[in-house]
Design a protein around this ligand. Structure first.
Ligand SMILES: Nc1ncnc2c1ncn2[C@@H]1O[C@H](COP(=O)(O)OP(=O)(O)O)[C@@H](O)[C@H]1O
Ligand SMILES: [Mg+2]
Length: 254
């Protein structure tokens, strides 16, 4: 078992849409500095659970504790203030703007009377710092996003999460639309985030990636969190069985 205290805990989280119980009584623990893979079939409730944690939805019941404190997350701004930074599937990048402005989108630095002027120098310096922390190959923060590959776009979106002070970074299917080489770039990025001490929640359908990268694997089935186990205690076929709804107790986990 993990000896460090979890950085994020959910207790009895519930979210219903009409007659659908999308998230049912979910108790979950996320450990700091780890890659937590969240898996489950389509409709299992993964995205809804993430949206409860990021404040996009309010739970019908249950609570979220961050660093041991009850977090009253009522909006994405609240969760960001607590260091939770989602990277959305569509990345939400502005094609025509450069890497730097995309990283600072919504949190632009300004100076001068009435904060009239963009502090481009300050933003460029910080963008450089963040890009080098994550070993990005983007040499120039002033290049437009439209010129970047899919993998580099992920880097920019993660860079934005870091600029915003994120230390729990949530990636929802980050490699779904990428080719082999760009996928490698993103998996490398997740490893770099971990070695920089960040906590990464990684939603993926690709079990090879999950088995290679995760420290912990959490499985949802029909809205319930049915297992959260160290990667080392699970085989790939056990993960497949859990995704299909196998009872944890019925499985032989020596
Ligand atoms: N905004 C919504 N309105 C109505 N039903 C929803 C909404 N979001 C998700 N659901 C339903 O909740 C269940 C869980 O969905 P979701 O969290 O998206 O699963 P996953 O991300 O694991 O595929 C599904 O049955 C889905 O149809
Ligand atoms: Mg989803």
């Amino acid at each position: 078992m993990e000896s460090t205290a979890p950085i994020l805990v959910t207790k009895g989280l519930c979210k219903r849409f009409g007659s659908v119980e999308a998230v049912r009584n979910v108790d979950w623990q996320i450990y700091p500095g780890k890659v937590m893979a969240l898996v489950g079939d389509n409709g299992a409730g993964k995205s809804t659970l993430i949206k409860l944690i990021t404040g996009a939805y309010m739970p019908d019941a249950g609570e979220i504790l961050i660093r041991g404190e009850n977090a009253r997350i009522k909006s994405p701004t609240d969760s960001l203030r607590l260091g939770i930074a989602p990277v959305y599937q569509d990345l939400a990048l502005v094609e025509s703007r450069d890497v730097m402005m995309n990283m600072f989108l919504g949190t632009e630095r300004t100076h001068g009377p009435f904060n009239m002027f963009l502090n481009k120098k300050g933003m460029r310096t910080r963008a450089h710092e963040v890009l080098s922390e994550i070993h990005s190959r983007i040499a120039d923060p002033n290049v437009p996003v439209s010129q970047l590959s899919g993998g580099q776009r992920q880097v920019v979106a993660v860079g934005r999460a870091l600029v915003r002070g994120g230390d729990i970074i949530i990636l929802d299917e980050p490699t779904a639309a990428l080719g082999v080489e760009q996928t490698q770039e993103v998996l490398q990025l997740i490893e770099t985030l971990r070695s920089n001490g960040k906590t990464v929640i990684f939603i993926s359908h690709n079990l090879s990636q999950v088995m290679d990268l995760a420290d912990w694997i959490s499985v949802m089935f029909h809205g319930e969190m049915i297992a959260t186990r160290p990667r080392s205690e699970l085989t790939r076929s056990e993960v497949v069985s859990l995704i299909m709804g196998a009872e944890v107790d019925a499985m032989t986990m020596a």
